[in-house]
Every structure is written in C-alpha cells, then in structure tokens.
Design a protein. Sequence first.
Length: 498
Amino acid sequence: MSNERKLTTASGTPYAENENSQSVGARGPLLLQDFVLHEKMAHFNRERIPERVVHAKGSGAFGKFTVTHDISRYTKAKIFNKIGKETNLFLRFSTVGGEKGSADTERDPRGFAIKFYTEDGNWDLVGNNTPVFFVKDPKKFSDFIHTQKRDPRTNLKSPTMMWDFWSLNPESLHQVLILMSDRGTPHSYRHMDGFGSHTFSMINAENERVWVKFHFKTRQGIKNFTDSEAAEMKSRDLDFAQRDLIEAIDSKNFPKWDMKIQVMTTEQAEQFPFNPFDLTKVWPHADFPLIDVGVLELNQIPKNYFAQVEQSAFAPAHVIDGIGYSPDKMLQGRLLSYPDAQRYRLGVNYEQIPVNRCPYMVSNYERDGAMRVDGNGDDSPNYFPNSFDDIVADQTYKEPAWDLGTGVADWFDRNGAGDNDHYTQPGLLYTKAMNDYDRHNLVSNIVGAMSGIEGPKREEIINRQLCHFFRANAELGMGVARGLNVNIDEVMSHLRHA
Ligand code: HEM
C-alpha cells in the first residue's frame, strides 16, 4: 500500500479533479454541481479573521521557564515552588500600531506576551519591552491608540495626531522619551528586555501579600537600530524580526531572558512618595532591587503560524494562585478588555484552541456556543450546585481580602495632587539612564518625528510639547527647539504662563 494520501473534500470524500472546473463543453459555462469549486472558493473567502485591534503584527515561539532561585517567601504559585522546575510556555512578540503586514522595524513599543502553561492554569503575563506606558487610565486607551493608527481622512499615519495627543497629555512624556530614543527601534525581538509593566501582587503560603513588578533581561544583550538603520531595514526586509527569531531558533541559538522581580511590601506602598500603581512610573531600582527568579528560553518555532500565533490569545486577567492583580487602573481596565476582544476575534470558545488550551484540568459549567469542539462536557451536569459530579470550589484558592483604604466611589483625577509629577522620571531617564550617544539620537529622532506635524495647529502643538521637554530637562528642550528652528524666547514665555 502506498503512503500517498487521497485528496478529499473537507467532509472527507476523495475526489479526482482539483484543477479543472466542470463545464458544459471544453469552453462552455460552469456547472453549479461542481461542489468542490464552491467549497474551495467559499473557504478561501473566509480565511481572514479580524486582526488584533492593536499588536496585529507579531511573531511567536514556544519555550520553557526554569526556576533558578527560591521566591517562595513571596509567592505560593506552583510554577515557582522548586529550583530547577520547568514550565512550558508560549511567547508572542509584536509591534503595536501597525497592521498585520506592517514592518517589524517601526518606531513603536514591542509586545512581550507570555503564556505559562502551569498546573494551576494558564498564567498570561501580557507586557511590553518598556516598563511604563503612555496613559494611566484605561478610559484614555482607545483615544491614544487612534492617534497611533491612521488619520480618518488621509488614511496616513499622522505625526500631527500623535504629538497633539502627547502634548495634551503630559503623563505620556516618560514613555514618549523611551519611544523616541533608539529603544523605540529595537534590533530584533531577541535583543530587548521584557516587562510585566504593571504592579501585580504575590501571595505566599501564609496568605501575605506583596506588590511586584516583573522584568525579563535579555541574555542576548540590548541592541537597537538607529532611526536611519531602522528605515533602511524597513525597505530591505519588512519581516526582519520574524526572520531573525526563526533563524536563531532553527539554528538552535535559543534566546534567553532572566526573569527578575521587584518587591514592595504593602507598608512600603503606603509610605511611597508617589502612587506605586501608576503605570507611567517605574520603581527606583536603588530602593527596590531586582531579585533573581529564573530563566526563560525560546526553543521551538510553531509549526503553523495561523494556528498557533494568529489564534493565540493572552489576557492579563489570567493569573494563577499566588499571583494577583493590583489597583493599577490600567491593569483593571485590561482585565475586561482582552477576553472581550478575543470573543470577537476568535469566538466564544477561543480557550479551546490548542495554543490557548490549558494542558491540565479545565472543569466548569460553561457549555455550548459556536465552534465548541472539546466534547462540551459530554453527559456531565451543566449546572452548579448539583448532586452528581465531583467538581468543588476549593476554598484554599481564595485570595486574602484587600484593604484599599478608601470606600469612596468617584471619578478621581488621575493627575491629582501627589500624582501630577510627569517630569522627574523622564528627566532622570535623560540625565542618568542615557549617555551622550543616546541623548544625541533621542533629540534627532524627536526632531525628525515632530517635523512631520502639519496644519494650522502646528506651532501650538510644537510649543506645548516643547514645554514638556523643557520641564523634564532644559538641555533636552533646547536641543529639540534648536532642531525645529523654534524661537526659544517665545516658548519660554509660554512656559512661564502655563
Ligand atoms: C487600558 C489599556 C489597554 C487596553 C484596553 C488594551 C487592549 C488590548 C487589546 C484589545 C488587545 C488585542 C487582544 C487580542 O485581540 O488578542 C491588546 C493586545 C496587546 N496588548 Fe494591550 N491594551 C492596553 C494596554 C496595554 C499595556 C499597558 C500593555 C503592556 C504593558 C499591553 C500589551 C499588549 C500586548 C503585548 C498585546 C498583544 C498580545 C498578543 O501578542 O496577542 N497593552 N491590547
């Protein structure tokens, strides 16, 4: 018997003709009864699913996480419960603003989304390659993203929209400076760090809670493109980062990152000089040093991009026992947004798609819905409580109560007194974290980007943004103003009156 497989329809019926449609005479019209023709055309017409509304362009790989240090005093999460323990994972990198076919080398943050397949369920850490973000309230997310996408009239990217928004939102400055530095154009996904970015919590076996931030330090070393190198690569190879990742893993040059955490006690959080749950700020490393946890390795390229990368779905809501949320407003917003997006993008049963499916136990009373393909609970009861099955709500998984110190519900100003310093950390980033080379490139990248601002509000937007740069650091403000040929005296008078 030959090993050849027979060509079949989707319903498994072998058929003989896959190139010629059935027609009346060699040159005549086609027959409706050529079902294979319909099936092929109809399936093709439905090949596209909605791309992710953000982070549409991405690359993924499977790998493993290995514990190297004991952090059980902070968390009871089983993934961390033994040195040497290995957990399988899937990681998807991405750019943010571009469409599915856009260039990998765009100036943009990069997504760094990890799905850990742990025995207590899938833990998704859906972070970026930057520790902070542009806004600190989820209500502002869609407005911000609109400015990064296309102009409604021209369908072009618009520096005017971007800088208009940023100049009106001083809380964005910290992330804008990172984006405008060469860190905004990483060489490839392998040569950048990853961050959980938000403040999360960890809960230990004694039910004590601490606040944590997650960091992933690249072992490949940080490597960035300059603005012109990134532009050059864009024209040479649109998919450079995808190619780089595949080539590295195919040649067994497995990329690795060291996972580290910062820890803040609840008492320290109360004494902290600013809001420790503000996503536009970092926790100073001098006060909250990095603690070693383990190493993450990528070692397998998915066999099928659509099945495993395009259909992957990450959700910040997916935490596991021993890891919890925090009052970070952005995180709170994201808890709702991702599963909602995925029900739309992939359908209500998206958790059953193999890349998303928990390889351990899933037992609940959710039933039916489009594309239910896992047996739908067979003949087991579909209601709770019941007298027939053995599913229990295990109280040992209950999180300790939170004392959040306020019972007042209101629309609080996210930039109220004590939360309105938008300039100290960007200033430190410029003076302390960057060297002369970084600073030079930062200014030239900003000048290049802001030169694209156009229209009747050009001067107003530029002046407003210059005020933010000056407030962070006078030299930075001067450098950008000079590059844009702006009259400094005029800006300074704005600054005095602002
Ligand atoms: C309120 C703020 C935010 C909202 C509402 C939001 C919403 C979304 C949505 C709807 C998606 C597409 C999900 C999908 O279709 O699977 C997405 C993707 C993503 N977001 Fe956010 N986002 C927010 C902030 C952030 C922040 C702060 C980060 C990083 C720290 C982040 C990182 C990502 C990543 C990495 C992806 C791609 C995940 C993947 O590879 O599938 N987002 N976001």
